[in-house]
Design a binder for this molecule. Structure first.
Ligand code: GLC
Length: 689
């Protein structure tokens, strides 16, 4: 059951695709009470002592969001610490589970705050700042049912090409074709599977979107072709800001057609980002969106089949107006004595530290949105979403048959139909392995299924053990990419001593591909989640509802990765009997049957723990050096059969856009006596292992 209430005159975010009639709001509804707010609208709900809160997509802190205050206000902030209130995305879907069970979606383009028992431990307060919005309340008997209902209302999630489930190597610092050739050669020589290499900003000419530096890539289309022969897909980055430069056609066309965001006086707004002075395409204006999307064609025509959209919160390193202000403030300070002018010193320091991504800068420029002129801060959370939509819609035009890989840094719910997201600029910290795990189910609830974190950490120096442990989680995530920042320790797997362990763990990912792809596709096509908190599968189990560091991955397996330095194992909670496969790659493993309850489980640095539920199967392929080599003709089954087990394997050609479950499922059954039967779309040869 979904109820919809309209407040004021909302800007249509286009997050919801279902047609739902609006009802009249009563100030004291069944679930939420409207209360006085300093600014905008506030709604509260009393929480029972043990109530749990789920959702809010990309965010800091745990799976259960209770006990902190979160803000949906997309921001480029690389410090993903517990003290923050939000990250790059605005995902305003929250579930209350306990005394009452219901879902809230605050569909608002502006800032929304979720006080999840922070100000008062037993109270949830959702505050939508000034401006219209739509509030949806959802009811369902189960947590998973609530998510399905929400997901059906916001439309089918994005499906990438199958190769995008392969391993991707990235680093901000690869400068030219030879750098990339070297990366590929090292992977192939060391037999570390690889499907893609990412091209960060240095491939462009002075960071200008849709250009390729000709000195570094003398014949780009033939380089793309050369890589394809190696079964490598190149994935270039596209930034939101367009460099201000005479003679640069993207800039000139944008200016000529009035397609950039404007200041109040009608001149084009200037921000500073990587290319220096930039204008921001007004992607909220459908004509400008179509125009900006059209430029991706330059790279598609060169053979590119995947993109990552960045800096689209939008990130503004500085605005000219504010820099001027700082410089003016700075003048008297040059002659004053810092010792006696402490107050002034801190004033100056705050000015300088507050230079980037200022809220005040977001009030300086305007969009043309649904025929109205709208100040940016009122639609701030829609910018990255619409930049990615620009690309997604363009791909539907230019590549109607074939899926194109697309993911973004900033997002709003609704963008999940056009692309995935990566989790932004994390750090090489042990705590960020856990954060990666905790974000996965929350993102799935909000429709983002194609996702993953920068494995090994983006900022700060990684270590070999951190890299291995992170990978032991990363091999389960749809987007599996190793990415790091310029200036940090190089973290390609061949840089470490123990290449063999990396090879085996990545090899296991490729063996798991049929299962992971199948679970991903079933989750997309059935509006379901691929990564589930234990509470969603074992709702009656009070221990399960408290587990914050284990996840169910699809129908059959549970993961419990080690995320602490120097730990040779960890505590695991099993809600039911499970069979543990302790895997050292795809060919070497030990098994152990464990009864329901709490266990300390050992896990050596190169071991991946896979826990299988009773009467479930997980098919393993023979693996491969790239996704095209992975087939489902021979499957080895991880199995835990008590009475009879069934697995429904989904598979397709990996590139067609128009897919359904029908015609793509193979049923694999195993009886208690070990006999195997297959029926359906394919006839794999199966064996139990
Ligand atoms: C941003 C991105 C990061 C990228 C860098 C340079 O920080 O989040 O992934 O490497 O910009 O383009």
């Amino acid at each position: 059951m979904i109820r919809k209430y309209i407040f004021g005159e909302p800007i249509d975010t286009e997050a919801v695709t279902a047609k739902i009639p609006a009802e009249r709001w009563e100030t004291s509804g069944k679930y939420l009470k409207e209360t006085a707010a300093e600014e905008g609208h506030a709604f509260t709900c009393e929480l029972g002592e043990d109530d749990r809160l789920y959702g809010l997509g990309e965010n800091v802190r745990g799976i259960n969001k209770r006990g902190w205050i979160y803000e949906s206000n997309c921001i480029d902030d690389p410090g993903h610490t517990e003290s923050k209130r939000g990250l790059y995305g605005a995902h305003n879907f929250l579930i209350v589970d306990g005394k009452q069970r219901f879902g809230i979606f605050a569909d608002a383009a502006q800032k929304v705050t979720f006080d999840c028992g922070y100000t008062k431990r037993n109270q949830l307060t959702v505050t939508v700042t000034e401006g219209g919005f739509v509030l949806y309340l959802l009811e369902n008997e189960s947590l998973r049912g609530l998510v399905k209902e929400f997901r059906a209302m916001i439309g089918r999630s994005y499906i990438p090409p199958k190769w995008a489930f392969g391993y991707g190597q990235s680093r901000w610092g690869y400068k030219c074709a030879d750098d990339i050739r070297y990366v590929v050669k090292q992977h192939r020589e060391n037999q570390i599977p690889l499907d893609s290499v990412y091209m960060d900003i240095d491939y462009m000419e002075r960071f200008k979107d849709f250009t390729v530096n000709e000195e570094r890539y003398p014949d780009f289309p033939s380089f793309v072709e050369e890589m394809k022969e190696e079964h490598i897909h190149l994935v270039p980055i596209i930034d939101a800001g367009v460099k201000v430069e005479e003679g640069y056609p993207v800039y000139e066309e944008g200016v000529r057609n009035g397609y950039f965001c404007q200041n109040a006086d009608g001149t084009n707004f200037v921000g500073g980002v990587w290319p220096g002075r930039v204008h921001f395409p007004d992607v909220l204006n459908p004509a400008a969106r179509e125009w900006f999307g059209g430029w991706y064609r330059v790279l598609l025509d060169a053979g590119i089949e995947g993109f990552w959209n960045d800096m689209n919160e939008p990130s503004i390193f500085y605005s000219e107006e504010y820099v001027k202000k700082i410089l003016e403030k700075h003048m008297p300070f040059r002659t004053d004595n810092a010792d006696t002018q402490m107050r002034k010193f801190f004033e100056l320091k705050d000015l300088a530290l507050g230079l980037s991504n200022r809220q005040a800068d977001y009030r300086l420029f305007y969009h043309q949105c649904h025929g109205q002129r709208v100040r940016h801060d009122k639609v701030h959370n829609l910018y990255g979403c619409n930049m990615t939509r620009a690309a997604g819609e363009a791909f539907e035009r230019f590549s109607p048959e074939k899926r194109i890989l697309l993911f973004s840094r900033s997002s709003y719910i609704g963008m999940h139909r056009y692309g995935g997201i990566w989790m932004g600029d994390n750090s090489s910290w042990w705590s960020h392995i856990l954060l990666n795990l905790q974000m996965l189910p929350s993102l799935n609830m909000c429709g983002f299924l194609y996702t993953g974190a920068d494995l090994g950490g983006f900022g700060a120096d990684t270590t070999e053990d951190l890299m291995l442990r992170w990978l032991e989680l990363g091999i389960f995530t749809p987007l599996m990419r190793n990415h790091s920042a310029v200036g940090t320790r190089e973290q390609e797997f061949y840089r470490f001593g123990d290449t063999d362990s990396f090879r085996r763990i990545i090899g296991l990912r490729y063996a798991l591909l049929p299962y992971l792809y199948s679970e991903f596709m079933k989750a997309v096509l059935e509006d379901d989640m691929m990564f589930l908190p234990l509470a969603f599968v074992y709702p009656e189990d009070t221990f399960a509802s408290q587990v914050e560091d284990q996840l169910m991955v699809g129908s059959g397996l549970m993961i419990a990765p080690v995320y602490q330095q120097n730990a040779g194992g960890r505590y695991v909670y099993l809600p039911e009997d499970m069979k543990l496969y302790r895997m050292r790659g795809k060919d070497s493993f030990e098994t152990e049957s464990l009864p329901a309850g709490h266990h300390y489980v050992k896990a050596a640095l190169d071991e991946v723990l896979i826990f299988l539920r009773p009467d479930h199967l997980v098919p393993l392929s023979e693996g491969g050096n790239f996704t095209e080599e992975v087939t489902t003709s021979h499957l080895r089954l991880l199995h835990y059969v008590k009475t009879a087990a069934l697995y429904e394997l989904y598979d397709d050609d990996g590139f067609s856009r128009d897919v359904t479950l029908a015609g793509h499922l193979t049923r694999i059954t195993v009886d208690a006596d070990g006999s195997i039967c297959t029926a359906g779309a394919s006839e794999p040869e199966c064996e139990l292992i």
